[in-house]
Design a protein around this ligand. Structure first.
Ligand code: CMP
Length: 138
């Protein structure tokens, strides 16, 4: 089934100038980019985006990190986009990610792990709407 998902290229990737390589990697895996923009998250936006993690011990650090520099949210489309992005992205901790995955190639720690990917159809729909009005999706 053709699905849409949300990725965010995180501040560590922008800082290390890996944005182009990550976009090329995603395109080579068959993802179509329906929307993309560069932005800097406010603290309120980062808290809201990661609200599901608000009880976790890493929540405040995660919010501080995600607001530390510019990010690139993108809406991606592909057959089985949600599951396939998680496969191509690799495990949350780059040290445990399969060789060749984006987090293995470009991530450096569980926090500075290169990109985010939606983990379910419900979250994908909410996360796409968080960044992009429907009218902005190509
Ligand atoms: P992401 O896919 O963006 O979703 C939540 C993020 O929390 C995750 O990637 C990690 O970068 C971050 N995080 C930081 N510390 C931890 C941790 N101990 N366990 C899981 N996620 C963590």
């Amino acid at each position: 089934m053709i699905e849409r998902t949300l990725t965010i290229i995180k501040p560590d990737s922008v800082e290390k100038k890996n944005v182009g390589a990550i976009i090329a990697h995603l395109e080579s895996e068959g993802f179509e980019i329906l929307a993309a923009r560069m932005t800097r998250l406010s603290e309120a936006q980062a808290r809201a985006f990661y609200e599901v993690h608000k009880e976790r011990p890493f929540y405040n650090d995660l919010v501080a990190y995600m607001t530390s520099g510019p990010v690139w949210p993108m809406c991606l489309q592909r057959e089985d986009a949600i599951g396939y992005l998680r496969k191509v992205m690799g495990a949350t901790n780059p040290a445990e990610a399969e060789p060749g995955t984006i987090r293995a190639l470009y991530g450096e720690s569980i926090e500075r792990n290169a990109i985010h990917g939606s983990d379910s159809p419900e979250n994908a729909a909410g996360e796409i709407a968080f960044f992009f009005p429907t009218a902005d999706l190509a």
